[in-house]
Design a protein around this ligand. Structure first.
Ligand SMILES: [Zn+2]
Length: 435
């Protein structure tokens, strides 16, 4: 079905590309694979997109506390002209734009998603600052820009009455970042009203419109609790210490050899615990992150990490006295993101590469851990692409976005081109003829 739609669109887009360019904004790049009048409309929405972006960014969405931003975004989707907007049991915002033609309209939906949550805890100051073409604020690119992009696309589809054969489901997910463990997108594909109905998935995440993520890096994350009897640092000197076991575990983990291809990694990343400076602690927590594109390699790495921790615990129980108790290991799985791939020659991937290239970006394939992990692991075609004109310092309070108009609008055009290429809009022909 998707393959057929792409071929149908190829003819439409070919027509669009030979038409004279619309009145261009100064320095505006080529209209990419959008019909020139539609591209001009996208350009004319620039100020509105920036205003939306600032409003979304300044509405905090810490992990597990996305509700305020979800309600704002639901209202903005209604404002964009969509009627069927709901917030599901997990907290995702869903907006269905019905399809128009027969079997396609009743068949699978094409989902377009961006995530609501940020990595920043409650209370992080978020005021967008401007320095020339740069906008700066925590979370502005990851992923407020994805949300603002979806809004402008929905507005343009509605304003032009562009009917698509296939229904489009706009989704703002909760829980994409670390602690959320993809809970929003997992719910969407396994428990929501749309489970089993999504035929293709386009995630908008990051500000690099040249980057097309078609492979999902899988990850397993643990919180390893090293528990022991604890005691007075002076009075109980000589008893086992969970801190020493944790240190031994870190040393052991860092002797594990992993393949370079597929890229496989681990990190001992957070440590906490202890009672006071004059106490032998009774608990130390160590958080560990493991990733690989190959599920079998990831499983092997997981076994090796747990074995290293067990060996360190056994070593500590031999090295010092267990007269008041011994060290035990309590591993808790805190993150589980499945691996998966959408083949590089799949029409969805090819459409994204073509749209990105046509808009003037250095289009390339990449792999990452995003909302697309879940559909990819289920065998549903999915990609994650960027939007806008680039940025940096993601996941830091110095996060910034480049918002120079020409390139920014070119970046916004990529996702809309992919949506149109996948959902078979009949009216695009008319639009490209200036009606
Ligand atoms: Zn993100």
């Amino acid at each position: 079905m998707i393959r057929k739609n792409v071929f149908a669109m190829a003819a439409v887009l070919a027509t669009a590309l030979v038409l004279p360019a619309a009145p261009a904004h100064a320095g505006q790049p080529a209209s990419g694979s959008l019909p020139a009048p539609l591209y001009a409309q996208l350009d004319s929405q620039y100020d509105r997109v920036i205003a939306d972006l600032i409003r979304i960014t300044e509405t905090p969405a810490p992990p597990f506390k996305e509700r305020a931003r979800a309600e704002l975004f639901a209202a903005m989707l209604r404002d964009a002209g969509l009627d069927d907007v709901t917030i599901d049991d997990e907290g995702n915002v869903l907006a269905l734009r019905p399809g128009t033609q027969g079997a396609a309209a009743a068949g699978p939906v094409f989902a377009v998603a961006a995530h609501l949550d940020t990595v920043f805890p409650e209370g992080t100051p978020i005021t967008v600052r401007r320095e020339g073409d740069r906008l700066m604020a925590p979370g502005i690119g990851d992923d407020s820009l994805g949300l603002a992009s979806m809004l402008v696309w929905a507005r343009l589809l509605e304003a032009n009455g562009i009917a698509t054969s296939q229904p489009i489901l706009f989704v703002a997910t909760v829980g994409e970042e670390g602690p959320g463990d993809l809970r929003g997108v997992r719910h969407l594909f396994t428990k929501s009203a749309y489970a089993g109905r999504i035929g293709g998935f386009l995630s908008i995440d990051n500000a690099d419109a040249g980057r097309i993520v078609h492979a999902a890096v899988g990850s397993r994350r643990y919180r390893l609790a090293f528990n022991g009897p604890g005691g007075h640092s002076y009075g109980a000197f000589g008893i086992v210490n969970p801190m020493a076991a944790m240190a031994g575990a870190v040393r052991g983990i860092y002797t594990i050899q992993v393949p370079a291809e597929p890229k496989t990694t681990y990190a001992a990343s957070v440590v906490s615990g202890g009672t006071s400076v004059n106490s032998i602690p009774n608990q130390i927590l160590l958080e560990v992150d493991m990733r690989s594109g190959d599920p079998a390699v990831l499983a092997q790495l997981e076994r090796a990490v747990l074995a290293a921790a067990e060996a360190a615990v056994a070593g500590e129980n031999v090295a010092r006295s267990t007269r008041t108790g011994s060290i035990t290991l309590d591993p808790q799985l805190t993150g589980d993101r499945p691996a998966g791939t959408t083949p590089a020659d799949h029409p969805l991937v090819r459409a994204a590469l073509a749209a990105s290239q046509a808009a003037g970006f250095a289009a390339r394939l990449d792999e990452s851990s995003t909302d697309s992990n879940i559909p990819m692991s289920l065998g549903i075609p999915a990609i994650t692409i960027g939007t806008g004109a680039g940025g940096g310092r993601t996941h830091s309070v110095d996060e910034y976005l480049e918002t120079g108009r020409g390139r920014f609008v070119a970046g916004l055009s990529v996702g809309l081109s992919v949506i149109l290429a996948q959902t078979n809009p009949a009216q695009l022909n008319a639009l490209s003829q200036g009606q």
